[in-house]
Write a protein that binds this ligand. Structure first.
Ligand SMILES: Cc1ncc(COP(=O)(O)O)c(C=O)c1O
Length: 491
């Protein structure tokens, strides 16, 4: 690198321009041409030698640094590609990226008004906005580093509400605490129990129906059983949009059980919570207004960049009471401005990334009508895909209709059709999805996930996910089925 501060400044300016050039050239926010590859796959050792990562005593020159950026562009997965349907996140909207970049460039900490005056007010505004969006007249919240952490925030607050003394004395004097969640819930509930000293064995998996929705009667029974064993149920997690089947748990009935039993109701709406912005689909979340806390990940479906994970809670002041440590070097009470805006002590973290601004910027630029249009399009495309798969020879639906934007189905290649569908046959069917995935990734044409659901005796099936941005079309859904047929025909 050219020596002297002038040289360094000039080089870095050129690199920033290079990044912008790549983002525009690769159409990362403007819509990638679907004929381009989603991924140029390389095995790790191959990619390692190509990247030739190295840090020396002398820095590299601007050309070499640019070449590293080009390698990032070439070998990274284009999650913005219209045929990226792999996981519960995807493209990034231009407004969200702009919001993220300006936030990054100001590199500050979402803990005090002193260092983040604008971002503090934006987070404050967004939390109040979400409190109303989810149907509460008052509440509080925080942007946390991911849905898993938000779920743990829910569990921590539930425990604190029931046993405030735990904050100082720990859990040693308590009976074993029990958390209940459906057998289709995200694994972060188990991890939270492990981190909090409850132990994963004290997370009770509640039975679900064939759609993957928690059975409220089974919940009631599980609470009773836990009590009979001398344990102390305190927390129920209901899911809106389960990871695999996209199931929405029946919140009203679950809320009734929680009310009767005096249990905290946390709703993991990380995935399916985005339906709240659609007048057509928000009914899926009916009852969420009865929750004590909610986790939502706009980074999953809404085109906000990772991470964007608001956690909101109905009980004003509880986050602060439960989490504050009152560090005197940061949260001095004798500052010259209104210190109620120093919200960082509500958090487990000290330094905290600013995640609210990009979300605010996206919503304020496009408006809620546009968000609704995108959500409706994603839900509609998944329903169309499932309907078409149900009509095509060789496809078999796991469920008749998607609940969220997860469309789940098997592809039965010609070599397995017309045979007796016994255990052995299903074992063979279970090997099809991984093979199609491999061929797809090597061709670079699409990315779609697969998995089994052992609790329901389901072997590997394809789980196709639509997110809201880039907005999926029915034509793309037809292309998905064509591509699966093409890749699976000779298996
Ligand atoms: C239903 C559900 N909840 C929580 C999470 C965890 O969110 P995060 O990946 O932000 O930790 C996921 C992740 O996919 C999820 O599907």
């Amino acid at each position: 690198m050219s020596s002297g501060s002038e040289g360094v400044r000039e080089t870095q300016g050129r690199l920033l321009e290079k990044v912008l050039e790549i983002v525009k050239r690769e159409q990362l926010v403007t819509g990638i041409d679907p004929s381009k590859k989603v991924i140029e796959f390389m095995h790790p050792e191959e990619l390692k030698s190509l990247l030739a990562l190295n840090i020396g005593r002398e820095g590299v020159d601007v050309n070499e640094a640019s070449s590293t950026l080009e390698k990032v562009a070439r070998y990274s997965v284009k999650t913005q590609h219209p045929h990226y349907y792999n996981q519960l996140y995807g493209g990034i909207d231009e407004a969200a990226l702009t919001g993220a970049w300006i936030t990054e460039a100001f590199n500050t900490n979402q803990h005090t008004y002193e260092v983040a005056p604008v971002f503090t007010l934006v987070e404050h505004y967004m939390i109040k906005w979400m409190v109303r969006l989810f149907g509460w007249s008052e509440g509080d919240g925080i942007f946390s580093p991911g849905g898993s952490m938000s779920n743990m925030y829910g569990m921590v607050l539930a425990r604190y509400k029931k046993y405030p003394e735990v904050k100082q004395r720990g859990i040693a004097s308590l009976r074993p605490l029990v958390a209940l969640t459906s057998d289709q819930a995200h694994y972060s509930i188990g991890k939270a129990a492990s981190w909090m000293g409850l132990g994963m064995d004290n997370v009770v998996p509640v039975k679900t129906d064939r759609w993957g929705r928690m059975d409220p009667e089974a919940l009631k029974e599980a609470v009773k059983e836990a009590k009979e064993k001398g344990k102390d149920p305190f927390f129920v997690n209901a899911t809106c949009g389960t990871t695999v089947l996209g199931a929405y748990d029946p919140l009203m009935e679950i809320a009734d059980v929680c009310q009767e039993e005096g249990l905290w109701l946390h709703v993991d709406a990380c995935w399916g919570g985005t339906a709240i912005v659609s007048r057509t689909y928000k009914h899926l979340l009916d009852g969420i207004e009865r929750a004590d806390s909610v986790a939502w990940n706009p980074h999953k479906m809404l085109g906000v960049s990772l991470q964007c994970s608001p956690f909101i809670v109905r009980h004003q002041g509880l986050l602060h009471e439960s989490n504050s440590a009152s560090a005197t070097y940061l949260f001095q009470q004798d500052k010259f401005y209104d210190v109620s805006y120093d919200t960082g002590d509500k958090s487990f973290q000290c330094g905290r990334k600013v995640d609210a601004f990009k979300f605010y910027f996206l919503l304020s630029l496009h408006g809620l009508d546009e968000m609704e249009r995108r959500v409706d399009a994603a839900f509609s495309a998944s329903r169309y895909l499932s309907e078409q798969a149900g009509k095509r020879e060789g496809f078999r639906l796991v469920l008749e209709q998607p609940q969220c934007t997860n469309a789940c189905f098997w592809y039965i290649p010609p070599s397995l059709r017309g045979q007796q569908e016994d255990e052995q046959w299903w074992q063979k069917v279970g090997k099809v999805a991984p093979k199609i995935k491999e061929k797809m990734v090597k061709a670079g044409s699409m990315m779609i996930g697969y998995q089994p659901v052992p609790q329901k005796g389901l072997v590997n099936f394809i789980r196709h996910i639509n997110t809201c941005y880039p907005t999926p079309t029915h034509e793309q859904m037809d292309q998905v089925l064509d591509e699966i047929e093409r890749l699976g025909a000779d298996l």
